[in-house]
Design a protein around this ligand. Structure first.
Ligand code: BG6
Length: 511
């Protein structure tokens, strides 16, 4: 999808453990800031080890971990080794070349040590100069790290050339102003082409499949509009509570944590116009156009069309669980929302008049993300009412996770003498349709960043628009006493969310 960086090799359909691919990470260094943290241990190192197992890392590739926690090279290498598969000699070599630097992100000495380490690695690895900086730190450090890299001259390619990129984890800003300030700060040291903003939902195979389903098939696109679709439902449900992240979640809440990023990404892929090609610019331009068409809610609309709620104690997967306000690091009088449901509308020719209902919450009955397109009823039902009670309008459901797949609901005749009809499901499941195991989201995104393919990363104007849609909701919640509803842990959310959709004569899906 894009130019390969220095030394990157295009492989002619290499089959690595059953995975067909045409590209792999180029020689060079991945520098992980926040290397002693949770994200590095849980996601980044296992993703790198998996890339190695699939032979998608170049032999001349190394990792440099940077963090404030004092560690030495050996301990970091042990942590890396533990993430790999036993007997993966390629990973063993990557581990043996890797380094760890202890330092404060505000201290120029940290970046001087990093520069020395990178210069040395460059010589050892064959002077490729390819560098990817991954900021897995707390968000308040993003700009500091970028500044430190800039001050040390590490933001630009060295004399030998090579690609230099910076990957920024979410959340990108706390509101529109802070997102813009962060963007302006990053642009002081890095060009937009060098900045890769992550939303790990874009790395999910099934999120990318929204594009495949829509644009690789002739049958869906003609009906993908207001003439056939009654409404769209996007659900991001989690059964987990806030776990040990109470401190972070208190300042975020469900709107910032899930709606501003994951929901907006899935929504833009669902609503966008067909791009002229699968190239990064084409896709991102269309996503931006779609977001621009989403109607920014007025304060009055927030009151009537957005529900916020917080979980109470209840039962989750057979276990009694505490209320949000009793979770560790949560204020016992907290007003942070753990659930949001909203009715959005889109002002363009394709979607005018089609409500987009979105909902997300923690401590719901199960983990489930899906996009459901609910079609209109047939214009005239020829079957007797008594014979068609179990017939519902067609629905196309894109199951993002778990049980990844796509299902189409349609009416069929029940075998027998009568003419009874009811709906049935036609189901495609990833598990049984493909032999290939889907790469984990971080694996895909790490490889894309190192190869220099920005298609699945969030461009500056996308982040800005997503905030423009969500921020008025936050403001309305602050400015007016919008009630915070409650719901029992393990339920599908508050009664007010049901009323929101029932007012329009519709129902939430009960997946
Ligand atoms: C993260 C949120 O971005 O996404 C978490 O911060 C949430 O609160 C997680 O649990 C959900 O990701 P996934 O991939 O499990 O759906």
């Amino acid at each position: 999808m894009s130019d390969l960086p220095a030394g990157a090799e295009a492989l002619p359909n290499v089959l690595a453990e059953g995975f067909e691919t045409t590209r792999r990470a180029p020689p060079g260094v991945l520098v992980v800031f926040g290397a002693s943290g949770d994200l590095t241990a849980r996601k980044l190192l296992p993703a790198l080890a998996s890339l190695s197992r699939r032979r998608l890392l170049d032999p001349a590739f190394a990792v440099v971990g940077v963090a404030r926690t004092p560690l030495d090279d050996e301990s970091f290498r042990e942590q890396m080794s533990a993430a790999g598969a036993p007997g993966d000699t390629g990973w063993g070599e990557t581990v043996s070349k890797s380094r760890y630097i202890t330092g404060d992100y505000a201290d120029a000495a940290t970046f001087a040590s990093l520069k020395d380490a990178l210069d040395k690695l460059d010589t050892d690895l064959g002077r490729t100069g390819n560098r990817t900086y991954y900021l897995a730190t707390v968000p308040s450090m993003f700009e500091k790290v970028a500044d430190g890299l800039g001050a040390a001259g590490l933001n630009r390619a060295g004399p030998g050339g090579g690609a230099v990129r910076i990957v920024i984890e979410k959340p990108f800003g706390h509101d529109l102003a802070s997102a813009r300030a962060l963007d302006a700060g990053l642009h002081c040291t890095f060009d937009e082409e060098q900045i890769y903003r992550i939303d790990h939902y874009m790395g999910k195979e099934t999120v990318q499949n929204v594009l495949a389903l829509r644009f690789a098939n002739a049958i869906f696109e003609p009906v993908w509009n207001r003439r056939y679709i009654d409404h769209v439902q996007i659900t991001v449900a989690e059964s987990l509570g806030v776990e040990k992240r109470g401190g972070f979640y208190e300042r975020a809440g469900a709107l910032r944590d899930i709606v501003q990023n994951h929901v907006m990404q899935v929504l833009s892929l669902t609503l966008m116009e067909p791009p002229s090609s699968i190239e990064a610019q084409g896709i991102r331009d269309e996503k931006v156009k779609a977001l621009r068409s989403v109607v920014v809610p007025t304060p009055a609309q927030v009151v009537s069309e957005v529900v916020r709620a917080q979980y109470d104690s209840g039962w989750s997967e057979g276990v009694s669980v505490p209320a949000y306000r009793q979770e560790p690091d949560v204020d016992p009088r907290s007003n942070t929302e753990t659930y949001v449901a909203a009715k959005l509308s889109v002002d363009n020719w394709r979607w005018a008049g089609v409500p987009i209902y979105v909902r997300t919450g923690k401590r719901l009955p199960k983990r489930l993300t899906e996009v459901a397109l609910q079609f209109q009823r047939v214009p005239h039902l020829v079957f007797a009412v008594a014979e068609s009670q179990e017939l519902r309008p067609n629905a196309l459901v894109l199951r993002i996770q778990p049980d990844e797949g796509v299902s189409l609901r349609f009416g069929a005749k029940v075998p027998g003498q009568a003419f009874q009809v009811r709906d049935v499901l036609m189901d495609m499941s990833y598990g049984s349709s493909f032999l290939e195991e889907a790469p984990e989201a971080y694996e895909r995104l790490l490889l894309d960043a190192m190869v220099g393919d920005p298609t699945l990363f969030i461009r500056s104007d996308e982040v800005d628009l997503a905030w423009q849609i969500c921020e008025p909701i936050l403001h309305a919640w602050q400015d007016r006493p919008v009630p915070l509803a409650g719901y029992a842990a393990g339920s599908w959310g508050p009664r007010q969310a049901d009323q929101l959709i029932q007012r329009d004569g519709r129902q939430w899906r009960a997946p």
